[in-house]
Design a protein. Structure first.
Length: 337
């Protein structure tokens, strides 16, 4: 009997060790113990005219926060933001999301918005992916890219959000399905060191910073179940569909199948007008907001895109979707890859 009990004990220990090892080597422990988060502070960002204007620019143009965090009028061409509802949040309309994903009301309404959130709660949400209630934010909020936002730009965004007119706009909470609601707990990471922006005198490095703030790589790098495909950075192919239409993201690399034929002038015109020559861009591409960027900033983004590794990857939205073996997505021209 004692021998049998010893065998059971050893077997139980082996099973526990195997389970612990499997979790440690795969999803990790965050899905079980919650997201990694730093303690909140009582810091408040000084409200200055310079920060207010910089924050307005980032919120409305560079990062396009207003695009996700506002109601849209899908009955009008381009589905523009409903006037007077800027920053008041929206239930995101994209198909294929793992549950209900809501961009919350950021206006300082105390009941339905951010009026009772501290500056540091906002800052932690933007760069670190922890909501005001301590939950991990669904990574469609690109905090993985915003981690590189400079401390000064972060302060500017918070100052601008504080200046928005309060709008009463009740919205449901995001409800992510199992097991994704637990797996996303591994995404947030604290930012504890100072973050500075590069000098705008270096167009390529400044363009890289702006491209990160605009989350261009997020949409224009193909992924499978949320994991980006190595070697396909900025190569396009993600098929996106919502109530405004559908389109695959373009290849932005300087390959012949990408935008090697773009001149600086053509690039700026595409962002400003939503057209590449006579071809209209899908309104899923938020050029409506990026067009507010300055010429110098758009030139810097163009300069950075020209330095990318060329990737041969044909994406043609004028053709019906076909399977692409490179990005493992369905998009126009997929069979050519």
């Amino acid at each position: 009997m004692r021998t049998f009990k010893k065998i059971l004990l050893v077997a139980a220990i082996v099973v526990v060790v195997a389970i612990v090892s499997a979790i440690s080597l795969t999803v990790g422990w965050r899905p079980f113990i919650g997201p990694k988060a730093r303690w909140l502070t009582s810091r408040q960002f000084e409200r200055t005219p310079q920060r207010l204007e910089r924050g307005r620019y980032i919120f409305n143009s560079m990062a396009g926060c207003v695009d996700c965090h506002s109601e849209h009028d899908s009955s009008k061409p381009g589905s523009p933001v409903v006037a007077g509802m800027e920053g008041s949040g929206e239930v995101l309309p994209f198909e294929g999301l793992p549950g209900l994903v809501v961009a919350p009301n950021l206006t300082p309404d105390p009941q339905t918005g951010s009026g009772n959130w501290s500056d540091d709660q906002l800052a932690r949400s933007i760069r670190e992916g922890i909501g005001h209630d301590g939950r991990a934010l669904f990574p469609m909020m690109p905090y993985g890219f915003y981690r590189q936002m400079s401390d000064e730009d972060l302060a500017s965004v918070v100052v601008y959000i504080r200046s928005l007119p309060p709008i009463v706009h009740p919205l449901p909470k995001s409800e992510i399905i199992f097991p994704v609601k637990y797996l996303i707990r591994s995404a947030p990471r604290p930012v504890t060191a100072a973050v500075n922006s590069p000098s705008s005198s270096d167009p390529v490095q400044w363009g890289r910073y702006l491209t990160t703030m605009a989350s261009c790589e997020d949409c224009h790098t193909p992924s499978v179940r949320g994991t980006t495909i190595p070697g396909m950075q900025f190569a396009g192919g993600n098929f996106m569909k919502d109530k405004w239409g559908n389109a695959a993201t373009a290849n932005l690399t300087p390959d012949a199948s990408g935008i090697s034929y773009y001149s600086e002038d053509l690039f700026i015109k595409a962002i400003r007008t939503g057209y590449v020559g006579a071809r209209p861009l899908s309104p899923i591409m938020p050029f409506e907001f990026y067009r507010g960027m300055t010429d110098d900033d758009l030139k810097a983004i163009y300069a950075y895109l020209r330095t990318l590794q060329p990737v041969k990857h044909t994406v043609d939205n004028s053709q019906p979707p076909t399977y692409c073996k490179l990005c493992r997505n369905m998009h126009g021209g997929g069979e050519k890859n």
